[in-house]
Design a protein around this ligand. Structure first.
Ligand code: ZN
Length: 109
């Protein structure tokens, strides 16, 4: 879990797991682990859609009942909240899924 949170190789904990923001490296630069074997696919995005959807939709209803803002305010506020939450957590969720695939040795292929 610590290695996933740091975005490092699930095997050695030294090499980088990501190249750029969310793209995985093909191979660990430190231990040579074939990280391309492990692919989270759409799992992180799907998980975040369910979690943030379950959190944000009720909040939007509460805002509508309490303040009743115009629809463009809902689109702006919740769009930005969803975008920020996704950008913050997508990398971590992806690293956790790859780490769990490594832990249980269940690569994509
Ligand atoms: Zn490594």
């Amino acid at each position: 879990m610590r290695r996933a949170l740091n975005g490092t190789c699930p095997d050695c904990g030294q090499g980088k797991l990501f190249q750029g923001k969310i793209a995985l490296v093909d191979q660990c630069e430190h231990c040579g682990l074939d990280i391309a074997r492990y692919n989270a696919g759409d799992g992180p995005a799907t998980l975040l859609i369910f979690v943030y959807g379950a959190l944000i939709v009720p909040l939007a209803f509460v805002l509508e009942v309490l303040v009743a803002p115009p629809l463009w305010v809902h689109a702006l506020v919740w769009g930005l909240v969803m975008l920020a939450a996704t950008l913050v957590s997508l990398r971590v969720i992806k690293a956790i899924i790859v780490a769990k695939q490594f832990e249980f040795q269940t690569p994509e292929t």
